[in-house]
Design a protein around this ligand. Structure first.
Ligand code: ADP
Ligand code: MG
Length: 869
């Protein structure tokens, strides 16, 4: 693109832009960061700033827009939030002394996956960067065939770095959905793997994909880290992904992430699997309808006081434990905090603790400000109090490893003033007494300023001009200003510099003398202060691992305190979590619903599941009765218990669950190009294929998205299979009350319904889960409640009567639920709509050999025939 007609600066710009072609290049010119060409066109729109052009009057004007350098941060944050990358190109030599074009270099690339704090980053959330590799499987077991995937995840702002490998794309996608990284690094050849990309992103989660050369996926890059040797040896695909992350951090930040010391395999600890459907269906982080974070489980449970605690709580929720012993430890701590009555003593101290993880990483990356240092010091000063409060509550083991870090705070205290300015380049950061040279220069500077002030007084006297003033500006330095009224009194030794409308400005050699002293001292002070600060930052960078460890302990204390606060405020109790098969909840409540429905008092319910006689509970009851609520509350109570939290119940015994499966309502994924029914069946397939006897399955309506007979058949067969083969603990709500028949023949299936009372043709919801099935759906009553016209309601009652007359067989049993072919087929002969069957149908019925049909096949034929009636 460069041609001879271009200025050297434009040529320089194009050369740099060529390297950073996937980023918006912010190019420092004077006091501005300028963007040119296409970047200018894009950025002016995204940032809502004016687009102008350079060389306006020439043949090829260059589109241009710019932002002031001192307020660039919010603009960068905006571009990041819109998923853009920004390369910051600075002047790397003094423009005053430069020969030709000032030398410029990209000093950092700000990218959505790597943000070190400040604007544009949510305090209570992780900011993950991921890298993926895909391999053909190694020839030896345990891999079953197909591709094999490596994943590495880092949060540069906190120093978190972990890896995992997966045998299927689905498992990889599940883990990515759990962590929701902002940016994903891919080797070039995967960037057009549509299948992979579409499995990973979805509406509402669209990470930035960054493609890197294959050679960047080098496991050698991570060799210096603790734990790397084992990972390189045992998880080679993940190690290569980790190598790419390491390269990318160094390449964009232009410095080593020294705070990242360890790499670990994050699936090493046994945790509950949590797929995206369940995360959504249980509204853990976002509401289903509008994606709002309000009224979600995290919103309710988050009573943490620090940003680190907020992130830790999210981790606890994303990775519920499966080890009953570890869970008991957390519960013990919550109980101890509750019993000691210290709940209100901790938050005031915790809330004074800044985000130590992020401060530590900024220190390590060399971007920490003086205010960060003071924040670190102030935070450290809270540690002794927190420690002693915790020790009083008997939780010595929780804090025994908590490093008091007092040596670090002492160093900061000694060097840095208590309220430093934002900028590191303008001085006023370093205390007196730290450096004799600095103290001396400060004396010169203030002495000079005093002398200048004295000059003003003396000159007023000498000239007799009372309004004479010594002033300062950046262009002239110090000067004497005299209004035109006193022009004739100006002494001859004054040198005129500038004429204004009503005054003249003068200098004198004496003034310039002091000015030189003051300005050169001030200059030197600024550099010296910056150097002293950088040295301290560098020293403390050697201690970031200690800071990170203390931060982790404080975060955990914060989360456990948050559990205790929620438990006391919402009246939660301690669950018993064990390795048994039982889930027994007495007077359980839905944690969110109980808090948001002020009109209706929440009715607690008991739920009992085990691997035996209460393996699969079928829940029937009219719409709006509370089926979904009782099922979700059960899943939420299990999840909370395995996080180590108290739960909304009078009593709860939770036999550890390895995964919560949810199939709920008509989750509409039409935007993914799949019909609702297809999504429903996919979710059902996942459940049948992957659930184990240790799982908890919540099925809230299945088979609605197709014809009644299809739907019923499928629901029936799924329930049977769950009971007979999968043997997972299951709650199964359905509007097909025919399914209640299953309890007659299956020893592990029990019927429950949510009680309602009929009164004057209206229904009253009792919200109580009681044993037994329902044979009525009360749909018409609910429709009436909803305000359907009375005439339509009346006609519905009529039609229902006709239908029901035909629905029972000779002995009064629901026909559809009857077993095996013959009886089911007989149902087709019924004249549901008061018309005799056509001869065609009667003939067809005779030609079918019913003895070989499975019930489902029979039901399907039945359905087909019914359509012909
Ligand atoms: P269903 O799934 O049977 O159609 P839901 O579980 O969606 O019914 O419940 C409908 C509404 O009833 C809920 O939004 C809630 O306001 C209320 N509700 C449900 N269960 C209870 C309960 N146990 N106590 C009080 N209100 C409840
Ligand atoms: Mg429901």
């Amino acid at each position: 693109m460069a041609s001879d007609s271009m200025t050297p600066m434009v040529k320089q710009y194009l050369r740099i832009k060529d390297i950073y072609n996937d980023a918006i290049l912010m190019y420092r010119v004077g006091d501005f960061y300028e963007m040119f060409f296409e970047d200018a066109e894009i950025a002016s729109k995204l940032l809502d700033i004016t687009l102008t052009s350079r060389n306006k009057n020439e043949e090829n004007p260059i589109p241009l827009c710019g932002v002031p350098y001192h307020s660039v941060e919010p603009y960068i944050a905006k571009l990041l939030s819109l998923g853009r990358k920004v390369a910051i190109c600075d002047q790397v030599e003094d423009p005053m002394t430069a020969v030709g074009v000032v030398k410029r270099e990209v000093t950092r690339v700000v990218t959505p996956g790597i943000i070190l704090g400040g604007e544009g980053i949510e305090a209570g959330s992780h900011n993950f960067l991921a890298a993926i590799t895909a391999d053909l499987p190694p020839p030896t077991p345990p891999y079953k065939g197909g591709r094999h995937f490596g994943l590495a995840i880092a949060d540069v702002s906190t120093g978190h770095f972990s890896v995992a490998e997966f045998d299927t794309l689905e498992l990889l996608a599940e883990e990515i959905a759990r962590l929701e990284p902002k940016e994903i690094l891919l080797p070039k050849r995967l960037t057009n793997d549509e299948n992979l990309l579409s499995k990973i992103s979805r509406p509402g989660f669209e990470p930035l994909f960054t493609s890197l050369d294959e050679s960047r996926f080098a496991p050698q890059s991570i060799e210096g880290l603790d734990g790397a040797a084992q990972i390189v040896a045992t998880l080679p695909a993940a190690a290569r992904a980790a190598g790419a992350i390491w390269f990318y951090i160094k390449d964009t930040q232009k410095s080593e992430p020294r705070h990242i010391k360890r790499i670990e395999s994050f699936l090493a600890a046994k945790t509950m699997r949590l797929d995206d459907a369940t995360k959504r269906n249980l509204e853990l982080f976002r509401q289903m309808i509008d994606g709002s974070p309000k009224k979600t489980l995290i919103d309710l449970m988050d009573r943490t006081s620090t940003a680190m605690g907020g992130r830790k709580l999210k981790e606890f929720m994303l990775y519920p434990l499966m080890d009953a012993g570890q869970i008991a430890k957390r519960l013990d701590a919550v109980e101890a905090i509750l019993q000691s009555g210290l709940i209100s003593d901790l938050p005031p101290h915790l809330s004074k603790v800044y985000d130590l993880e992020r401060i530590a990483s900024r220190i390590a990356m060399g971007t920490a400000s003086a205010r960060d240092m003071v924040g670190l010091k102030d935070s450290i000063n809270e540690i002794p109090e927190i420690k002693s409060v915790i020790e009083v509550s008997g939780l010595k083991s929780q804090v025994s490893g908590l490093d008091p870090l007092t040596d670090i705070s002492a160093r900061i205290e000694k060097v840095i003033v208590d309220e430093p300015p934002l900028s590191l380049r303008d001085g006023r950061i370093i205390k007196n007494g730290v450096s004799p040279e600095l103290d001396g220069l400060r004396d010169v500077s203030t002495g000079g300023k005093d002398s200048i002030a004295r000059i003003e007084a003396r000159e007023r006297e000498r000239t007799g001009i009372g309004s004479l003033k010594v002033k300062y500006n950046k262009i002239f330095g110090y000067y004497i200003e005299i209004t035109h009224t006193h022009k004739d009194k100006v002494p001859p030794d004054y040198i005129r510099k500038q004429t204004l409308v009503n005054a003249e400005r003068y200098i004198t050699p004496e003034l310039k003398d002091f000015e030189d002293k003051v300005l050169s001292a001030d200059d030197r002070i600024r550099t010296l202060e910056y150097d002293i600060f950088s040295k301290l930052r560098e020293e403390i960078a050697g201690e970031v691992e200690r800071i990170g460890k203390a931060a982790d302990v404080l975060a955990t204390i914060d989360v456990l305190t948050s559990f205790a606060i929620a438990a006391s405020e919402y009246k939660y109790t301690r669950p018993v979590v064990n390795d048994g098969a039982e889930i027994r909840i007495i007077e359980g409540r839905h944690p969110i619903v109980e808090r948001i429905n002020p009109i209706e008092r929440f009715v607690p319910n008991d739920v009992h599941l085990d691997g035996e006689a209460n393996r699969l509970i079928i829940i029937t009851g009219p719409n709006m009765a509370g089926k979904s609520t009782v099922m979700r509350q059960t899943a939420l109570i299990v999840l909370m218990a395995q996080m180590g939290s108290f739960v909304p119940a009078k009593e709860a015994v939770i036999g550890v669950v390895d995964r919560i499966f949810t199939r709920i309502g008509a989750s509409d994924a039409l935007s993914l190009g799949q019909s609702t029914f297809m999504v429903e069946m996919r979710e059902a397939a996942t459940i049948l294929n992957e659930a184990t006897p240790r799982s908890l399955i919540v099925i809230d309506e299945i088979g609605r998205g197709t014809s009644t007979f299809d739907g019923l058949s499928i629901a029936w067969a799924i329930a049977e299979d769950l009971h007979d083969r999968v043997k997972a603990r299951t709650l199964f709500a359905t509007h097909y009350h025919e399914l209640t028949e299953l309890a007659l023949t299956k020893e592990g299936i029990k019927n429950f319904n949510i009680a309602v009372k009929e009164w004057n043709g209206q229904i009253i919801f009792l919200r109580k889960l009681v044993p037994g099935g329902t044979s009525r759906s009360y749909g018409i009553q609910v429709a009436s409640l909803a305000g359907l016209p009375e005439a339509v309601i009346a006609r519905s009652h009529e039609v229902l009567k006709n239908l029901e007359a035909g629905e029972l067989d000779e002995i009064g049993k629901p026909r559809l639920a009857s077993h095996a072919g013959t009886t089911a087929l007989n149902a087709a002969q019924l004249n549901l709509f008061c018309k005799p069957p056509s001869s065609e149908i009667t003939e067809k019925l005779h030609t079918i050999d019913t003895s070989t049909l499975t019930p489902i096949e029979a039901l399907n034929i039945l359905h087909e025939l019914k359509q012909k009636i």
